[in-house]
Design a protein around this ligand. Sequence first.
Ligand code: HMG
Length: 405
Amino acid sequence: MSAPGSAPIGIDSIAISVPRGYVELAELAAARGVPPDKYEKGLLVTRMAIAAADDDPVTLAANAARRALATSARRADEIGYCVVGTETAVDHSKPVASYLHGLLGLPPRCRVFEAKHACFGATAGLLGATEWLASGAGRGRAALVVATDIARYELGSAGEPTQGAGAVAMVIAERPRLVELEVGHSGSYARDVHDFWRPLHRKEALVDGKFSVQCYLDALAGAYAAWRETVPAGAPLARSLYHVPYGKMAVKAHRQRRILDGLDEAAADATFAGEVGASLRFSMEIGNIYTGSLYLALASLLDAEGGALEGRRIGMFSYGSGCGAEFFAGRVVPGAGAVAAGMKLGAPLAEGARRKLSIPEYEAIRRAEEALAPGAPGVAALAENGSVRFRGVDAAERRQYLAVP
Ligand code: HMG
C-alpha cells in the first residue's frame, strides 16, 4: 500500500553497526552468582555488545550510515532529511545528526535533527521521514534515519544483562527495494509513566523493571487496538517485529498480540518460532540497543528470510519508555531477498569481526568511563580502515572524530 496519489515509500537500504567488544552472558551470570539459565532462558539473552572508549553514539551512527548509503540505490547528495533517534546523545544542544551530516558529507539543503523519546525516538524520525516524502516535500530526494545508543545500567543491577550498544541506519525513499511502509496507517499510544528514566547527570538508566514490562504490554495492547481500528482489513501479518530489550520481552509481547487476535495462550506461543524467531538472531548477539532495537529485528528478519517473505506483510511495534508506542506495518518488496543478501547485513557480527571481553575487561571499561571527568579528553584515535572513531575532546570541549575513508 502506498500513500494516496504517490509512489510507494519505504526502506531502500538498512545497515547495522556494533562495537568490536562483547560479553558472553553465561560468563556474566557466573561472575554475578546468578544461574546461567536465568539469563539464557529466563531473559533469553546470549551476548551483549560493549562500547569501547573510542566508540560513542556518533561513531556507531556514522559507521551504520556509511554502510546504508553504500548499499542504497540513493547517493549521499540526494539526502534531504537526516534524523537521528537516540536517548544517549553526546551533547545537550548539538545533535548527533549534525556530526553525522559532517562525517557523511551530506548536502547543506537538508533538514537535520535529533529525535528523543527513549527507545521510540527513531520511530518518530522514521514516521516523520515517510510523511515528509508522502507530502511531496522531498521533491525526489531521500531520507536518512539512524537509531544509535549505548544502553547502560548499574553494574550488578537486574538491568545489567539487558545492556547493549549499536546503531541501525536506513535510507527511506520512494520505490524502496526492501520494505514498503503503510504510510499514514499506524496506531499510537502514550501515557505519562515512570517506568524507565535517566536524569541528565547520569550515564546509567534508572528503571522500575517489573513495572516497565507491564507498561510495555499495556502500550502494545493500546497501539495494536488503535492500529486495527485505523487500518482497513488487509492481508494477515506473516511476521511480527517488536522492540526487543531482551528476547523474553518479545515472547511476552507476541503472546499478548496473538491473544488479542483471539488465540488461546498455547496457540499464541506456538506461533512464536515461525512469526518472530528469525528477527531475534541479531539482538541475541548484541542486546538492547534502545532506539535501534526494532530495526535490528527488521535487519535480522530480512537477512534470514528476505526472499521467503517477498510480497508478505509484516507488523512492527515500537515502544519507548515514558511512554510512547506505535504499531504499523509494511510489505516486503518483490526482489528484496536478493537485495538484502547483497547487503551482508550480519557482516559486523561475523566470526573475527568482534572480540570477546572477559568480565574484568568489561568492568574495567565501565570503571574508566565512570572515572572520566566531564569534558576530559577521551582517547587517542585508533585508526581502522573504513570506520569512524571518537578521538576525544579539544580544549573547548568540542568532540573530535577520525573518519578513515
Ligand atoms: P529480574 O529481576 O531478572 O526478573 O528483572 P525476574 O526475577 O522476574 O526474572 C526474569 C525471568 O527469568 C522470569 O521469567 C523468571 O521466571 C526467569 P518470566 O516470569 O518473566 O517469564 N528466571 C529463570 N528462568 C530459568 N532459570 C532460572 C531462572 N530464574 C529466574 N534459574 C527485568 C528482569 C527485565 C525487570 C530487568 O532485567 C530489568 O529491569 N531490565 C531493564 C528494563 C527492561 O528491559 N524493561 C523492558 C520493558 S521497558 C522497555 O523495553 C524500554 C527500554 O528499552 C528503555 C527505553 O524505552 O528507552 C528498557
